[in-house]
Design a protein around this ligand. Sequence first.
Ligand SMILES: Nc1ncnc2c1ncn2[C@@H]1O[C@H](COP(=O)(O)OP(=O)(O)OP(=O)(O)O)[C@@H](O)[C@H]1O
Ligand SMILES: [Mg+2]
Length: 180
Amino acid sequence: MSRQNLESKRAGGPPLPLGYAIGAGPSLFTPHNWTLTREAHPDRRFEVHYSAWEPILQGDPLRLEAVIRNLVDNAVKYSPSGSTIRIELAPHTEGLHLRVADEGLGIPSHDLPRVFDGFFRGSNLPATQGGMGLGLYLCRQIIERHGGRIWAESQEGRGTTFHVVLPRERGQQHGARPAS
Ligand SMILES: Nc1ncnc2c1ncn2[C@@H]1O[C@H](COP(=O)(O)OP(=O)(O)OP(=O)(O)O)[C@@H](O)[C@H]1O
Ligand SMILES: [Mg+2]
C-alpha cells in the first residue's frame, strides 16, 4: 500500500483535549488494573514488562487505558486457554513503545491492512466468535489523536503483536494542533 493510501486511511478528527501529564508506567495501566485482568483470566499467563517509567506523556489517561484494555481483551479473545500474553512498555526514540503480544490464531496477511477499519472482522474467525469490529477502530482514533501510531504484526496460526508508539509530547511532526 502506498504512503498516500496509508495517509488517506488515517482516522480523522481533532486531537483529543489533553489535560494530564501522566507517568507512562504506573498510570497508563495501574498495578491494580493488572491484578483485575489476571483475576478475570486465570487460564492465561500474563507477562508484564515495564522498562519505561519515563518518559512522561501528555495524554488522556482514561482513553489510553481503554486502548490497552481493548488490545488485551483481543489478545485473550483470539488466543487459546493456557497461552501467554505479553505486555511490554519500553522507551522509544519518539516516546513510548507499547507492545501487546499473543500466541493466538493470528490475522491473515490479506486482512492486516483492514483491522483498524470500523466494523471489520477477520476472515479466519469462527462463526460463533462475537464482536462488533469496533475495538481497534477506536484504538486507532485515540492513538492518532494523541499524535501516535498503532500497527499490527501477525503470523496466522502463530500469534499477533500490536504496537503503539506514543510521542513524548504532543508531536507537531504528526500534524497535531496545539491544545486550545
Ligand atoms: N489479537 C488478535 N488476534 C487475532 N485477530 C485479531 C486480534 N485482534 C484483532 N483481531 C482481528 O481484528 C478484528 C477487529 O478487531 P476489533 O477489536 O476491532 O473487533 P472485534 O474484537 O471483532 O469486536 P469488538 O468491537 O468487540 O472489539 C477482529 O474481528 C479479529 O479478526
Ligand atoms: Mg475487539
